[in-house]
Design a protein around this ligand. Structure first.
Ligand code: ASP
Ligand code: MG
Length: 445
């Protein structure tokens, strides 16, 4: 079996839904499971309902629901007919009634908790997959629509839940029975906790759903259909000469995704690695382009891609008491753990520790708890450039070329992952774009 995941722009209107179905139908002999995102912009619109509820703006809510109705009913009207249209319209109406009463509840409470937010956004994928399903019926393609919340089971971390693979894998096997000649359709992004309450895997999480399903069913391949030709050497908005990568390793792809290449959701790779399932990134609008194949470790050496992230905050701790003692780092990390703040990069010497974080919502509390440990300095408005590739560190010529390219921008911190697939450099935020351009030019142009 194979899994094909389509992003919001691949299902944005009746024309593209038909292309999505064509792409899947062309591979119907491979027992495909089609995983779809919500229609482009729909998730954002649903989230705005939550905002309007908090602001007690009933007009905003009504307008948003009307626009969502229009988007989905227009498509249904365009490509569904007769009894099939009536059935689809019936389910659409019932989903919109649910959405309306749910939104009314939020409005009355003037709040939208993470738990409510997940319920709210779940309508997006439920609506898009309903349309895709009825269109396959219209086109007389054998198909089945499943609710992913029945089999993707997560923890209670609403809005960014993590799957429980021990529960999920057997559930996927129980519910999803791919078959040659048939398309199984289900939602990306949405899931449920052990009590059946709706959760989501985080923004962009449909890619993750695809590899979760693929790994539970030992898929031959997971295809991520998006609106770009594949993973590029860097962000083309920064370096227009960015080139498509034909292949990239799991570890490299994960680093690039984590550091800002928005093509695949950062967690996507994890289930694929477990079962060594190839993941292919393809462009719905340019299906003849071979895309990017993400696969096992490659033998290549050197830089394959450059990613950048801004709005990074650095925290430096200096303490002479750290000399020759143990337990320091664990003390520090306990504090970050307490405030659920992920540390991205870390670099240490005998007397100092430097770290970077993105989420600064608890930074004052973290700072005050760190203070007894040593002298704390906090620097906002930094950025990270991540050079991804195998064995970068082992090649001194490469390293010297990198640092020549960097100067004169002052480097604030350097960090190398143990997997030796990424070298991260912290710079001031306003140096990031120019430096990425320069590095791309030096290594790829
Ligand atoms: N619809 C969700 C989002 O916009 C999930 C996804 O598209 O992957 O984030
Ligand atoms: Mg996406």
């Amino acid at each position: 079996m194979i899994v094909l995941k389509f992003g919001g722009t691949s299902v944005k209107d009746s024309y593209w839904i038909d292309r999505t179905i064509d792409i899947t139908n062309n591979q119907i002999d491979k027992a495909p499971v089609l995983v779809s995102s919500a229609i482009s912009k729909v998730t954002d619109k649903l989230l705005s309902i939550g905002k309007f509820a908090e602001e007690k703006n009933s007009e905003g809510i009504a307008e948003t629901i009307d626009s969502l109705k229009k988007i989905h009913f227009d498509i249904a009207n365009e490509f569904l007919t007769g009894r099939n249209f009536e059935k689809a319209a019936e389910t659409l109406n019932s989903l919109f009634l649910q959405l309306e009463s749910f939104s009314k509840g939020l409005f009355l409470l003037m709040e939208c908790s993470p738990k409510s937010s997940d319920m709210l956004v779940s309508f997006g994928e439920r609506l898009s997959t309903l349309l895709i399903y009825h269109r396959t019926i219209e086109r007389k393609i054998d198909s089945e629509l499943l609710d992913s919340r029945d089999f993707i089971i997560t923890d209670n971390n609403f809005t960014a839940a993590s799957p429980n693979f021990t529960l999920t894998d057997p559930k996927v096997q129980e519910f999803v029975k791919p078959k040659k000649g048939k398309i199984i359709i289900t939602q990306g992004f949405i899931s449920s906790n052990e009590d059946g309450i709706t959760t989501t895997l985080g923004r962009g999480g449909s890619d993750f759903s695809a590899t979760i399903i693929g790994s539970a069913l030992d898929a031959k391949e997971v295809q991520i259909w998006t609106d770009v030709d594949g993973i590029l050497t860097t962000d083309p908005r920064i370096a227009p000469a960015a080139k498509r990568l034909a292949t990239i390793s799991y570890a490299e792809a994960a680093e690039l995704a984590f550091f800002g290449a928005k093509v695949v959701h950062p967690s996507t790779i994890q289930p694929a690695v477990k079962k060594k399932i190839p993941v292919i990134v393809k462009n719905t609008k340019n299906p003849d382009c071979p895309g990017t194949l993400i696969t096992k470790k490659l033998d290549s050496t050197g830089i394959v891609g450059i990613a950048g992230k801004k709005s990074i905050t650095s925290i430096n701790i200096t303490s002479y008491r750290m000399l020759n003692t143990y337990g320091f780092l664990s003390k520090i990390f306990t504090i970050f753990e307490k405030y659920k703040t992920p540390v991205d990069l870390i670099s240490t010497t005998e007397v100092s520790v430097s770290m970077t974080i993105e989420d600064t919502s608890n930074i004052d509390l973290i700072k005050s708890e760190l203070e007894p440990i040593g002298k704390i300095t906090i620097e906002r408005n930094n950025g990270i450039i991540c050079l991804v590739g195998n064995n970068i560190w082992k090649d001194s010529k490469l390293i010297s070329k990198i640092f020549k390219t960097l100067s004169p921008a002052p480097v604030k911190m350097i960090s190398l992952g143990a997997a030796d697939v990424a070298l991260s450099i912290v710079l001031s935020e306003n140096e990031i774009d120019d430096t990425m351009k320069k590095i791309h030019k030096a290594f790829f142009e």
